[in-house]
Ligand binder design. Structure first.
Ligand code: ADP
Ligand code: 5GP
Length: 191
């Protein structure tokens, strides 16, 4: 039987690297994992739903809930766009017998790793090149020229942290990266 008790898996990557595609695959793979749904003050994208992809709240509500001690961690990932992990998410997921998987930014991920130590596996998803990242973000069709620039500027900063993660996965061919992530995480959950 898997020993998922209070374990966490942290997946980080520069925006556009394929993190969401890999996390979705893992969630559908039959592993005992459930996604920590973050709260955010950014605008909802057309295909996203509230409570599934994020809890979409205003910046004012976000600040109030920070002041109320409701977050394990939070970051202002982009200017005036807050993202954070609610403590209530962890209880909900562990009580259901699953390990928690986090899709968070690099600084948030490193903070969560520090908090959970050996109970956490931190994974960095790396794009082949920055140009490739730009093409993927353009292809996703979710960004304006301004948000594209913001995301690419931040990517260079995030790539400098890859060595601080337990494992690095290169996402060149998506199916290969998905399988590698599956193997790593299923091994970690069996430990
Ligand atoms: P992130 O969550 O890291 O921002 P996504 O999973 O949304 O990234 O991927 C960004 C875009 O790139 C999506 O349109 C996705 O379909 C595409 N993509 C992901 N991985 C690959 C890959 N290995 N090769 C080509 N396109 C990819
Ligand atoms: P997006 O706007 O593309 O959904 O997410 C932007 C960035 O915010 C991504 O790197 C994503 O992983 C990160 N993020 C999402 N939720 C959280 C969270 O709860 N905490 C932190 N620190 N980052 C988050």
């Amino acid at each position: 039987m898997n020993n998922v008790n209070e374990k966490v898996v942290i997946v980080c990557a520069p925006s556009g690297s394929g993190k969401t595609s890999i996390v979705k695959y893992l969630l559908d793979s039959g592993l005992p994992l459930a996604l920590s749904v973050s709260a955010t003050s950014r605008t909802k994208r057309a295909q996203e739903s509230d409570g599934k992809d994020y809890y979409f709240i205003s910046a004012d509500e976000f600040r109030a809930r920070v002041a109320n001690g409701e977050f394990l961690e939070w970051q202002e990932v982009y200017e005036n766009q807050f993202y954070g992990t609610l403590l209530a998410e962890l209880d909900r997921i562990w009580k259901a017998g699953n390990a928690v998987i986090f899709d968070v930014d690099v600084l948030g991920g490193l903070n969560i790793k520090k908090h959970f130590g050996d109970k956490a596996l931190s994974v960095f998803i790396k794009p082949p090149t920055l140009e490739c990242l730009r093409q993927r973000l353009l292809g996703r069709g979710t960004e304006t020229p301004e948000t594209l620039k913001k995301r690419l500027d931040k990517s260079e900063f995030e790539l400098s942290f890859e060595d601080k993660f337990d494992k690095i996965i290169l996402n060149d061919t998506l199916s290969v990266a998905q399988q590698e992530a599956y193997n790593l995480i299923s091994g970690f959950l069996k430990q």
